[in-house]
Design a protein around this ligand. Structure first.
Ligand code: C2E
Ligand code: CA
Ligand code: CA
Ligand code: CA
Length: 287
């Protein structure tokens, strides 16, 4: 921590006093240091993507991978996206972070394909501010086209929060993305504000059932019913479902009872660096 203080004091002499004041450090000094670091990092040199497999329990196949960004900070080590994505959103740097992430995911998928590593699809996360950025559709189209990857091998994960507000505008953006041919999913489903009235208007492919429902599915008497209801809803709207944060076989079994066959979570694998992910794929196909 002292090293960290020195580091920030050196980088940001004007914030030095803030850094030694415990209370204010949390509120401003720390995030100011982090913000300038993020500005430096957002070109991508300090970022990497890790990939977490998604599998279909019915076929035991890997159906894809979710790309999750990692920031290897020169002094702080790995900074969690839960920590810096909100900051990137606040400061507007999310556009740069997201642009790097999407290009890198496309590059990796193309590289794997070239090398004979058959990853069916890769998804990336989009935060609300990225979704609402006027550049999004054009950017996605040009990156997909120049990557040469079939667009339906790319998926964008959006939270319900991205879609609230101007619903007509959200539907237009979703349709424009769908026209490119990419897949769309609603992330953390069940924790936001989706109203059934507009859910049916969204041209999406998949509902990702939030980890909070998976966590208690074994203990709670209501969560299996909630998952079952989400699956039924998805089926009637023509969407697939996948459950995130699956950590035990018992949770996986309860999910299957509710007809949710697609899962992602530590039970299968933690998010892995690209080489480890390729090794993981090779290991499974031999098994
Ligand atoms: P998310 O999209 O809901 O991603 C799932 C998070 O749960 C990931 O955390 C993942 O590592 C973690 N996880 C996966 N399986 C399990 C499990 O079995 N148990 C538990 N306890 N956790 C599990 P991570 O990588 O720290 O990412 C946190 C959040 O940061 C993500 O939540 C997503 O909202 C955001 N994020 C990550 N990468 C990006 C990105 O490239 N762009 C944007 N905009 N947001 C990102
Ligand atoms: Ca996600
Ligand atoms: Ca999620
Ligand atoms: Ca979640």
């Amino acid at each position: 921590n002292a090293d960290l203080a020195m580091y920030h004091a050196k980088r940001n002499p004007e914030h030095r006093f803030v850094f030694y004041d415990g209370g204010m450090r949390e509120r401003s000094g720390f995030s100011l240091g982090l913000e300038s670091d993020l500005r430096r990092a957002s070109g991508g040199e300090e970022f990497e993507l890790h990939y977490q497999p998604k599998i279909d329990l019915a076929t035991d196949r890997i159906i894809g991978a979710e790309a999750l960004v990692r920031w290897r900070h020169p002094v702080r080590g790995m900074v969690s996206p839960a920590e810096f994505i909100p900051l990137a959103e606040e400061t507007g740097l999310i556009w740069e972070v997201g642009a790097w992430t999407f290009m890198e995911a496309c590059r990796q998928l193309a590289a794997w394909t070239q090398a004979g590593v058959m990853v069916p699809s890769v998804s990336v996360n989009l935060s609300p501010r990225q979704f609402q950025d006027a550049r999004l559709v054009g950017f996605v189209r040009s990156v997909v086209e120049s990557s040469g990857i079939a667009p339906d091998r790319l998926e964008l994960e959006l939270t319900e929060g991205a879609m609230i507000g101007d619903i007509e505008k959200a539907v237009t953006i979703l349709n424009d993305l769908k026209d490119i041919g990419v897949r769309l999913s609603i992330d953390d489903f069940g924790t936001g504000y989706s109203s059934l009235a507009y859910l049916k208007r969204f041209p999406i492919d998949t509902l990702k059932i939030d980890r909070s429902f998976v966590r208690d599915i074994v203990k709670s008497s209501t969560d299996p019913a909630i998952v079952g209801t989400i699956v039924t809803l998805a089926e009637s709207l023509g969407f697939d479902t996948i459950a995130e944060g699956v950590e035990t076989w018992e949770q996986a079994a309860r999910l299957r009872e509710q007809r949710c066959n697609r899962i992602q979570g530590y039970l299968i694998s933690r998010p892995l660096p690209p080489d480890s992910f390729a090794a993981f794929m090779a290991g499974r196909s031999q098994a």
